[in-house]
Design a protein around this ligand. Structure first.
Ligand code: FES
Length: 160
């Protein structure tokens, strides 16, 4: 069992492949998280279960949305940024004359929790970020994905 504030070995060297989208699903501190390989070899760690409605987000496809790498949830197609767990979306603007103006890109405040990752010679280490379930006074706001992170859910069944 891992404490929230400690680094934990999450994968052996080479266990997560080098291709974009290579991944590993695991439980740390009983929390469902996934390691996923991004562009340029970067490795990310996010809560596995989608903040929106408990879908299996981390089995989705990796794609660019507005120039930022995202994972697309298989259930309702929400894109979630690998770098910070935010959801980019297009916002329509109504002009004074009632017509629709150009849509602009915005970021949702509701977020998937992203954890810290360090890929070292001896493997991939993860440090879970502040977790309101464990420490309500910890730095960092609650994330919507917190409510799904420990649940028996459809996402879990698909991920396991
Ligand atoms: Fe709805 Fe993921 S569960 S977009």
């Amino acid at each position: 069992r891992a404490d929230v504030d400690e680094w934990v070995l999450a994968a052996r060297p080479g266990e997560v492949g080098g291709d974009v989208g290579a991944r590993k699903h695991l439980q740390l501190n009983e929390r469902f998280v996934s390691l996923i390989r991004g562009r340029n070899g970067g490795l990310h760690c996010l809560d596995s279960v989608c903040y929106h409605a408990g879908g299996p987000l981390l089995i989705g496809d990796v794609e660019d949305v507005n120039g930022v790498e995202c994972i697309r949830c298989p259930w309702h197609a929400y894109p979630v940024r690998l770098v910070d767990g935010a959801k980019p979306y297009k916002r329509l603007h109504v002009m004074p004359d009632g017509t629709l103006g150009r849509a602009s890109w915005e970021l949702s405040e509701r977020r998937q929790r992203v954890h810290m990752v360090d890929e070292r010679a001896d493997g991939v280490w993860v440090r879970l970020t502040s977790d309101a379930r464990v420490d309500r006074h910890a730095e960092g706001a609650e994330c919507e994905s917190d409510r799904w992170a420990y649940r028996e859910s459809a996402g879990r069944n698909v991920l396991r």
